[in-house]
Design a protein around this ligand. Structure first.
Ligand SMILES: [Zn+2]
Length: 169
């Protein structure tokens, strides 16, 4: 089922997610719905807050459904270590048409639980490292605008207000 993606400034987007403790069919259905929603929006990552649920669940697939090996469901994820620096353009399904360069770590090592509750660890570099950091931020209620410089953030928020005033947001 395709879920509704909420846009900034929906309050749930700034709400830290609750830890998932039950790995049941309901959770697995929610994860499946999140993948379906992400693919239908041509995204490479989606956090539960973006579909109105403040829980620590996120899905990532850099291949956008083309390569099953890249399909990642991450429950209660955390960054274990990070290193380096990258400065690339980033977007967010909750901020349509907004793209801005954001500083992120170049490499991260993460741990998370899968849909069955099993812990796993993995490394991410470049775009995958960026996706991990962007999505895990969502789970803490942190939006990519908060990672921008104050000047760029105010430019973005002004653009959004203009779009809202025109009825295009
Ligand atoms: Zn996002």
């Amino acid at each position: 089922m395709i879920l509704k993606v909420v846009k900034y400034p929906e309050p749930v987007l700034t709400q830290p997610g609750e830890k998932v403790t039950e790995f049941n069919d309901e959770l697995r259905q929610f994860v499946a719905d999140m993948f379906e929603t992400m693919y239908s929006s041509q995204g490479i990552g989606l956090a539960a807050q973006q579909v109105g649920v403040a829980k620590r669940v996120t899905v990532i697939d850099l291949s956008q459904g083309k390569d099953p090996a890249q399909k990642l469901a991450l429950i209660n994820p955390e960054i274990v270590t990070s290193s380096g620096r990258q400065y690339e353009e980033e977007g967010c399904l909750s901020f349509p048409d907004i793209r801005e360069k954001i500083v992120r770590a170049a490499k991260v090592h993460i741990r998370a639980q899968n849909e069955k509750g099993e812990w796993f660890e993995m490394d991410g570099e470049e775009l995958l490292a960026r996706a991990f950091q962007h999505e895990f931020d969502h789970l803490d209620g942190i939006l990519f605008t908060q990672r921008m410089s104050p000047l760029k953030r105010s430019m973005c928020l002004r653009k959004i207000r203009k779009l809202q005033a025109e009825g295009n947001w």
